[in-house]
Unconditional design. Structure first.
Length: 394
């Protein structure tokens, strides 16, 4: 929904400029809805009435003592950004869903702001183990005080340059990024870059807020577990490389579950590849997504029953349900490595759907959220308009 009538011309320029910069401008990374397997929750297809998609799949796994246990794994793309409508109203509902949800392990995507991370942790208290990559916090006054993500004159000058010289390119993503590079955006900290990109709907003002001075969860992933976590770590897909959209996965050994990989992989945001510091490495976002997929399967080689969960931004076409393939080479790679997506085979409906009222500027249904399994017995999967939900026996 566009409400431009009360916005000033400058406000609109800011919004449209940063919307073009933002990697989820097409809606591809937000509210994709149904994630398959292991109880996943996906808010991507919910309206303001909190309509969600429930996907229930059952697997069985027998423990060393011969006890069959049911384990529920969820993937939830919460889309906590003003680029998605009703962010302020959705946030408390998301937190309530996390607090009351019937899950053992949940992989969250798009939790970028440190204050949102803090609210989630506070509400869950110690009942749920909540892990994010290290939050990036800028400091000032010789490290004595926290600073906002874009502290300093360089950031202000860069944003001023972007607003004054790049606005006419708002509809041409690659040209726009080139313009922002000339304005020095890639010389800023990754914290500032990530904040500006994700705060574009409000003109990036949140990144300069000296009252809140919040930290950033740069890749936006978060892992929740009600079971004991024996080890956990973050792995960046591109280490020590500044990016417009910095991505990572969380790897955790969870008691009674196995090795879990929680990921938010590269999305299909544009035909022209525009990551300034990766142009010598990749020629397209499809190529980058395939590299992400290979990194995940390589990391899973050492475990017998891995689970790869999240917004993987890849999936097959399902003509029977009007689902269009997306980055299908990546999905086929997972299959070639012995992984399956029970939701695809048992349900096959879109997880990123054009009828979703929170999706804009997108004209096809995709199935790109998954809980991929290997060496597990899947009993059932079903779709219910409530919460993406998948369970297996462990």
């Amino acid at each position: 929904m566009k409400r431009h009538s009360k916005k000033s011309h400058v406000d609109l320029i800011k919004k449209e400029l940063f919307r073009s910069l933002h990697p989820i401008n097409s809606g591809r990374d937000t509210f994709q809805g149904v994630t398959p397997v292991l109880t996943y929750m996906s808010h991507r297809n919910h309206t303001m009435a909190s309509m969600q998609l429930l996907l229930l799949t059952s697997l069985c796994m027998t423990s060393l003592l011969g006890v069959v246990q049911t384990v529920k794994i969820q993937s939830f793309n919460v889309g906590l950004t003003n680029f998605i409508s009703h962010y302020t109203e959705r946030l408390p509902r998301v937190i309530r869903a996390l607090e009351s949800g019937d899950y053992d392990v949940m992989c969250l995507q798009e939790v970028w702001y440190g204050n949102d991370v803090a609210r989630i942790r506070k509400k869950l208290n110690r009942k749920v183990f909540a892990y994010t990559p290290r939050l990036y916090q800028k400091t000032m006054l010789w490290g004595l005080l926290n600073a906002p993500p874009c502290h300093g004159s360089d950031a202000a000058l860069s944003v001023a340059c972007i607003l004054s010289t790049c606005t006419s390119l708002a509809s041409e993503r690659a040209a726009l990024v080139n313009c922002t590079v000339r304005c020095g955006i890639m010389s800023l900290s990754q914290t500032c870059i990530s904040c500006l990109v994700n705060s574009a709907a409000e003109g990036g003002l949140r990144c300069f807020d000296y009252l809140t001075r919040e930290a950033m969860n740069v890749p936006g992933v978060m892992l929740l577990s009600k079971k004991k976590v024996n080890s956990v770590k973050t792995v960046y897909f591109e280490l020590n490389v500044k990016q417009i959209s910095k991505r990572a996965y969380i790897e955790a050994e969870i008691e009674g579950v196995g090795t879990v990989f929680c990921s938010h992989s590269t999305s299909n945001v544009a035909s022209d590849f525009y990551e300034p510091n990766l142009r010598q490495k990749y020629s397209s976002f499809a190529e980058q997504n395939l590299a992400n997929s290979r990194q995940l399967t390589n990391a899973a080689l050492s475990t017998s029953k891995p689970l790869i969960i999240g917004d993987l931004n890849t999936g097959p076409g399902v003509p029977a349900f009007n689902v269009t393939a997306d980055f299908e080479d990546s999905y086929n790679h997972f299959l070639s490595e012995g992984f399956t997506s029970p939701y695809v085979t048992m349900v096959g409906r879109c997880t990123f759907c054009v009828q979703n009222p929170l999706v804009s500027d997108w004209e096809q249904n995709n199935l790109i959220d998954h809980v991929l399994v290997r060496n597990r017995t899947v009993l059932s999967a079903k779709f219910v308009p409530m919460v993406s939900n998948f369970s297996f026996c462990a």
